[in-house]
Design a protein around this ligand. Structure first.
Ligand SMILES: *Cc1c(COP(=O)(O)O)cnc(C)c1O
Length: 375
């Protein structure tokens, strides 16, 4: 039984990937069990957060770590920590930043919208965003020229949302920032490598708990001990409005344990199995060709449905029909303009490939018949 049906909401078959608008990740049975038990018990919250922070630090190789409710909260809390340090008066004064260094530097090509505007996650603390360069070019002198006595931090975004060409690379940013003693915060919300950016010399790195890690809605900030201490203090300030519950902290902990012990090769083999099965089951759909394509940077295979040009209907129409069907089949649609619909294996259950093929067969028969009647 799908619990959302209690509210008359269609069951979703998620072939889109880890998407916030579909609930990000569905946790494993072990994680779900741990969360249910955590929700039914009491614990000293500060000690729980400390323990899970210590565990996260251990698996990421960082000096310390702090649990948040999301990566977006992780960005806001990290910025707040760079503004206030461990000064409780400043912590309680935010977003009032009188007498506080308050500028956060961001490369123009990193000024992204990930579902919300990243600059708002910075500004909500009281900080002021100082964008440098242009969307297609940032040079060393832009960064060096922007650093003043008012600079509190530099934010660097690792994401497919960000422009990557002609921006300063993370090593370049870290080298300059270190000379001027400016802390570097990295937004690595969706990244799979939990060690890389801290190891490169970043001071704070924010991750989502519900993206690559596959946990419930949650996040972690890993980083230098002194700055993480300042993050912890934000719970008595603006962090209170971003509070994470005990069951989600435990869910994050169990998911992190699974994630750091799961063999990447096994995960990839499962992805390939699902996509090949889906391709076989979609064989012979009328008006459609299929092929397997790999993600540009991550080892994720996807099935592409290529809508042939001589159809009387478009990829966008088929997407709409899959979406409004029950079960609702959700796909990756940014290539729809080119007639390509993509199926992502990460959140698909093996038995759902057959259901997808069945929905497609039903919709395509329907579509082709209707088109025939018009003629
Ligand atoms: C998803 C995402 C976020 C927000 O992460 P949440 O954990 O959902 O708040 C921030 N930055 C980037 C680049 C993202 O992809």
């Amino acid at each position: 039984m799908n619990p959302y049906e209690t509210l008359d909401l269609a069951r979703v078959i998620n072939a889109a990937g880890k998407m916030t608008y579909l609930g990000s990740s569905a946790v494993s049975s072990e994680v779900a069990k741990g969360m249910a038990e955590a929700a039914q018990s009491y614990v000293d919250m500060a000690s729980l957060k400390q323990k899970v922070g210590e565990y996260a630090a251990q698996v990421t190789g960082a000096e310390a770590a702090f649990v948040t409710v999301s990566a977006a909260a992780g960005i806001a809390v990290s910025v707040a920590a760079c503004l206030t340090g461990t000064d409780m008066h400043k912590v309680e004064s935010l977003p009032d930043v009188k007498g506080t260094k308050k500028e956060v530097i961001l490369q123009k090509g990193h000024s992204v919208h990930f579902g919300a505007n990243i600059t708002q996650m910075i500004r909500m603390t009281g900080a002021v965003v100082k964008e440098i360069g242009t969307v297609n070019g940032v040079r060393n002198y832009h960064l060096e020229g922007a650093i003043t006595a008012e600079t509190a931090a530099m934010l660097y975004v690792v994401s497919h949302h960000a422009v990557s060409n002609e921006m300063l690379s993370l090593p370049e940013v870290i080298e300059i920032a270190k000379q001027y003693h400016v802390p570097v915060i990295v937004d690595a919300a969706a990244e799979e490598d939990l060690r890389k950016y801290y190891a490169m010399g970043a001071d704070l790195v924010a991750y989502s708990g519900h993206k690559a890690i596959g946990g419930p809605t949650s996040g972690i900030i890993i980083g230098k001990k002194r700055l993480i201490e300042a993050c912890v203090l934000q719970d008595k300030g603006i962090g209170r409005a971003m509070k994470i519950g005990k069951e989600n902290i435990m869910g994050l902990y169990f998911a992190l344990r699974e994630y750091s012990t799961t063999d990447a090769g096994q995960t990839q083999a499962r992805y390939s199995r699902i996509i090949e099965k889906l391709q076989a089951e979609c064989a012979g759909l009328s008006g459609i060709q299929t092929r397997i394509a790999w993600d540009a940077t991550r080892p994720i295979p996807r099935l592409q449905l290529i809508v042939q040009e001589d159809n009387n209907w478009t990829a966008k129409e088929l997407i709409k029909r899959m979406e409004t069907h029950n079960p609702s089949v959700r796909t990756r649609n940014h290539l729809a303009d080119q007639g390509i619909i993509q199926f992502d294996p990460r959140e698909l259950k093996e038995q759902e490939t057959g259901e997808i093929a069945q929905v497609l067969r039903f919709l395509l028969n329907d579509t082709n018949r209707k088109e025939g009647e018009h003629r």
